[in-house]
Write a protein that binds this ligand. Structure first.
Ligand code: CA
Length: 229
């Protein structure tokens, strides 16, 4: 059974989550501050991290960023704030999913199942590895490296996932909802501007830098990468 790390300074909430997850059959580790959480999150046997944003010693965002420098372990951020800027910041620091407190435990369990199966599938795909390309742009899905004409491009986890999704569906107009559910794993309840924000990041890092028009806006639908564009 999967092992879940809970990083939450509010002891009552941490205890509640621990009991619920154990009841579902998960193994559980708990940390009550950012530093301990970071240390435990980097242990090889953790399958998903539930990470509170407001934490003593090291914020959840910072823990997330530091974990991402070394590990692709799934991270679900838990926060009291409900603001799209915070969501984007959380996802930009490398989180896989985001939940606003208070949330129903059933919803957390559902998201956890999706995140775990998604990660298992990705690990499998990454093991096989695939090279995707668009002209001189190369994307290696095994090493998660991106380059243009041999020059390395540094992308965040979600930027990479979005680019990979677009490249795997060349010449297909992908709706914002479809991109949300494929890249962010679930319905963002109408927050499709997260997609626009990330497309903008990719355009800055790739299109603007190399004078390309790789990602087309499909009016009223979403986005598409056209072969030979
Ligand atoms: Ca807290």
């Amino acid at each position: 059974m999967a092992k879940i790390l809970i990083v939450e300074d509010e002891v009552k909430i941490a205890r509640f989550l621990e009991l619920e997850l154990k009841h579902e059959g998960y193994e559980v580790e708990v940390a009550h501050d950012g530093r301990t959480g970071l240390e435990k999150a980097l242990a090889k046997d953790i399958d998903t991290v539930l990470l509170d944003v407001m934490l003593p010693s090291l914020s959840g965002m910072e823990v997330c960023r530091r974990v991402r420098q070394e590990s692709q372990v799934p991270i679900i951020m838990l926060t009291a704030k409900d603001d799209v800027t915070d969501k984007v910041a959380g996802l930009d620091s490398g989180a896989d999913d985001y939940m606003t407190k208070p949330f129903a435990i059933e919803e957390l369990l559902a998201r956890l199942r999706v995140t775990l199966s998604r990660h298992a599938k990705r690990s499998e795909e990454a093991g096989i590895g695939e090279k995707l390309e668009f002209g001189k742009l190369l994307v290696d899905t095994a090493s998660r490296e991106v380059s243009y004409d041999g020059e390395e491009i540094i992308l965040t986890k979600k930027e990479f996932d979005l680019l990979e999704c677009l490249l795997r569906n060349k010449n297909v107009a992908l709706s914002r909802d479809k991109l949300l559910s494929d890249v962010w794993d679930y319905d963002y309840m109408g927050d499709t501007n997260v997609v626009d924000v990330y497309v903008r990041y990719l355009r800055q890092k790739i299109d603007d830098k190399y004078g390309l028009r790789m990602i087309d806006t499909v009016r009223g639908v979403g986005y598409m990468i056209k072969q030979g564009n």
